[in-house]
Design a protein around this ligand. Structure first.
Ligand SMILES: NC(=O)N[C@@H](CC(=O)O)C(=O)O
Ligand SMILES: [Zn+2]
Ligand SMILES: [Zn+2]
Length: 435
């Protein structure tokens, strides 16, 4: 059986070891890997000295834009971008056109993802029909479809109606689903353009106050406690939100939370440029918030990092701030930002990175074959990273079809050298493979 011997990789940052992949599986580690590789004919050896081996990353929050906006991303280009970033699975948000609110649409997305074969695609189902916030979508039919939907979200829009949110939390219990909330009180954010604070006051853009996020999170954790459902808070961005989640977890409430790479690194000061590449929902916050979300991720209050990769067309970003779309790309830079902000600062180890970017997102999304240990018998979903590399982010070179990266021109550490999806190299020596 053909395969790869990954020789001398620093496995989860815990020391050099050899890992043998044969077919779709990790078949051996340590001395056994070398012995077995020597006895086989068709094994390619990868010199992984100095490289860190992680389980394939899992993104619980990606926008693939297909169906509907294939000019900005497709399932093929988005999953290729995912592979380039070290991801082996992505959860595709439902705010497509048509909306992923029926078994038919989620099955279509799932099938195209399977055929593209660059990363596993797990469709997220909409909570409400058409994201309109009026009645529940066919959650059960999506759950029992071929796509096996377990994550439901109206992302882009908040499930504002507390009765609908309550019903969604109750109903998803039947199939162990989770309701992922885009926490944004709509009345408090009418016309909002950026974080409400000193910078918004100085530059004259309408503010999106922290309380608009925090009030929904507070309500939702109480609803989750009341009905016992599973709540996941998307792209948490404020210090107050971290405190509410910390309180909820201490109370035993079934809540998980994510933070994006951009909320771990960037602040509202960037809006002074009036460059819409920094326009995003929820908005970039203050340095104090950045420090609070880092601390929340470090102490486990925040469970995972999720990219919220939100590709947009040039004409929707290269315009005046108020007219521009919200969102930034992130799949191809996520691991580098986490390395810079969390690993190089000594806040997280590589094993922690495996937890927050692979094991836990897979567990929240109820995916069994991803986010596993790097051990014999496990599916060979892996990423091999060169932490010593440094690169200047150049969106024109990105695999994504869109260019709206807020890191352009920044030098970031780390580079994905290889990504393996069930034993097949989707990235080979830094180059994304053809599907
Ligand atoms: N994050 C964003 O600013 N935009 C996302 C929607 C979302 O995640 O809320 C998008 O779909 O473009
Ligand atoms: Zn959102
Ligand atoms: Zn999103």
């Amino acid at each position: 059986m053909s395969g790869y011997l990954i020789a001398g990789a620093d496995v989860l940052g815990e020391g050099a070891d050899d890992v043998l992949i044969q077919g779709e599986t990790i078949t051996a580690r340590g001395a056994a890997a070398r012995e077995r590789a020597a006895a086989e004919a068709d094994i390619e050896t990868i010199d992984a000295d100095g490289l860190v081996l992680l389980p394939g990353l899992v993104d619980l929050h990606t926008h693939l834009r297909e169906p509907g906006r294939e000019d900005t991303e497709t399932i093929a280009t988005g999953t290729a971008a995912a592979a380039a970033g070290g991801f082996t699975a992505v959860f595709a948000m439902a705010n497509t056109s048509p909306v992923a609110d029926t078994a038919g649409v989620v099955e279509q997305v799932w099938r195209i993802g399977r055929d593209a074969a660059m990363a596993d695609v797990h469709p997220v189902g909409a909570v409400t029909v058409g994201l309109a916030g009026e009645r529940l979508a066919e959650l059960g039919a999506m759950a029992s479809s071929a796509a096996r939907v377990r994550v439901f979200s109206d992302d882009g829009i908040c499930v504002w109606d507390p009765v609908l949110m309550r019903r969604a939390l109750e109903y998803t219990k039947a199939f162990d689903g989770v309701v992922a909330q885009h926490a944004q009180e709509p009345r408090l954010t009418v016309g909002a353009q950026m974080h409400e604070g000193d910078v918004s006051a100085q530059i004259g853009l309408a503010g999106w106050p922290a309380v608009a996020e925090e009030s929904i999170i507070a309500r939702d954790v109480l609803l989750a406690e009341h009905v016992g459902g599973r709540l996941h808070v998307q792209h948490l961005s404020t210090a107050g939100s971290v405190e509410i989640i910390r309180w909820a977890k201490a109370r035993g409430i079934g809540v998980t939370a994510e933070v994006t790479p951009h909320h771990l690194l960037l602040t509202d000061e960037l809006a002074r440029s009036y460059d819409p590449v920094y326009k995003v929902n929820p908005p970039l916050r203050t340095q104090r918030d950045v420090e609070a979300v880092r601390a929340g991720l470090a102490d486990g209050t925040i469970d995972i990092v999720a990219t919220d990769h939100a590709p947009h067309a040039g004409q929707d970003k290269d315009c005046e701030w108020a007219a521009a779309s919200f969102g930034m790309t992130g799949l191809e830079t996520a691991l580098s930002v986490v390395q810079q902000v969390m690993v190089e600062t000594g806040i997280l180890t590589w094993a922690d990175v495996a937890r927050v970017m692979s094991h836990t997102p897979a567990r929240i999304g109820r995916v069994e074959d991803q986010g596993r240990e790097v051990a014999a018998g496990e599916p060979a979903n892996l990423t091999l990273v060169d932490p010593a590399a440094r690169r200047v982010v150049t969106p024109a070179e990105h695999v994504s079809r869109s260019r709206n990266s807020p890191y352009r021109g920044l030098e970031l550490p780390g580079a994905v050298r290889w990504t393996f999806l069930r034993g097949r190299a989707t990235v080979r020596d830094g180059v994304v493979a053809a599907a």
